[in-house]
Write a protein that binds this ligand. Sequence first.
Ligand code: UTP
Length: 452
Amino acid sequence: METSIRLAEAKLRAYKQEHVLKMLKDLPKPAQQKLIKQIDRIDFERLFKALDEHNQSKKPDIASVTPIPYEDWDCYEEQEKHAFTEIGWELLRKGKIGAIVVAGGQGSRLGHEGPKGTLDICLPSGKSLFQLQAERLLNLSGSAGRLIPWYIMTSPDNHDATVSFFQKHQYFGYSALDCFFFQQNTLPALDLEGKLLLTADGAIKEVPSGHGECFASLKRSGAIADMKQRGLSWLFYYNVDNALIKVADPAFIGVAASHNHPIATKVIEKSDAGEKIGIVCLNHGRPAVLEYNEIPDHINEARTNDGRLFYSLGHISIHLFKLAFIEEYADADVPLHIASKKLDYLGNKVMRDVPNAYKLERFIFDFFPYADQLTVLRASREDEFAPVKNKAGDDSPHSARQLVLAQHMRWLHAAGIRLDMLKQREIEISPLLSYSGEGLNIEVLNNPSSNI
Ligand code: UTP
């Protein structure tokens, strides 16, 4: 014990964290032991190296960015679409596909009480984001003849609330055995002077450290072992907050499996240079994503002769990863990004709209350069992307609701229902009835079950 206290002391002094040392000495024995263990576990060198780089305004190396080849779903012949989709179905039938939702974020912009996946975006049915996802998975599972295992990444902050929500709703008809909840890794947060934040009960405050923690957290939690035992080959990865997400989309799976690269990503055409989404590209010849706030103007605003954005492949966090790739790179030291955030912490109250702390995060797309090649599939924005990020305005529950209902109108119209019969009506199609517009007819208008 004396040795470990001395080691902790040395570590704290080396990184100028004497305020933690002061707290350590004042703590009762059990809390002291806990804190010593925490100090031992935290990789201070890695943490403060990231902070130094941030303070020196070190920019990511994007000296050699070029466009990446991609496929466009809309440019395939009908025959090709059918063939790809059938390959995807075959893998679903063979039980080779799992789905992972990253739901460990703090959702600070949205400000919803509770985990983001529990949000009801005010569709007529009142379904939560989690329920929409569960029902899409159930629809596919029904046709495939087996349940698609569902991995749900939470954080220590929202784990219990997430699991309780699933229990309260009987897993939305899913099997509890096929829902694998696991908590993501966390990292200490820092104040703007680079001092570790503390909690009232004598610990160093840690916060969820980005979706890029997903592979390491899958490994630590035993989820990778579970996937191997089930014989999975691919994992469909998505954000919890996309109301239009086509979870485990057979067509996308078919394209990914046919190209057989370690990763596939679905993209949409960026609406304009100012849109706050990253771009998928090559950097030094390797697959990469540039975050919107990292893209220099000359890249962001470059246009082709016909006036379209030169770098137009918008990243929307829909990926397929080969399980072998996840296993190989689970411990890769992907970069730590630093973001200024508003955090509540001991001795400090959040001032409205003023960031008061640094949060360290890893991003999932920082694994892209580890893949020699990336399959990029461009798909239609209106069918794929309804993000819920903000309380109101763009990318809000309201805009996502409108996008879902507009999609269901298009489906009904494509099923032969006249527009004048749809006017002034809000019709929501249950994902249990239709996954992507198939199997609809006029009966839907009279059948109340399709409205729930
Ligand atoms: P965002 O980057 O939009 O973050 O997450 P957020 O936490 O939802 O919202 P803000 O930025 O605080 O307003 C994109 C996806 O990554 C997940 C989120 O849950 C969301 O599905 N995520 C983010 C994690 O799972 N863990 C994290 O540490 C961060």
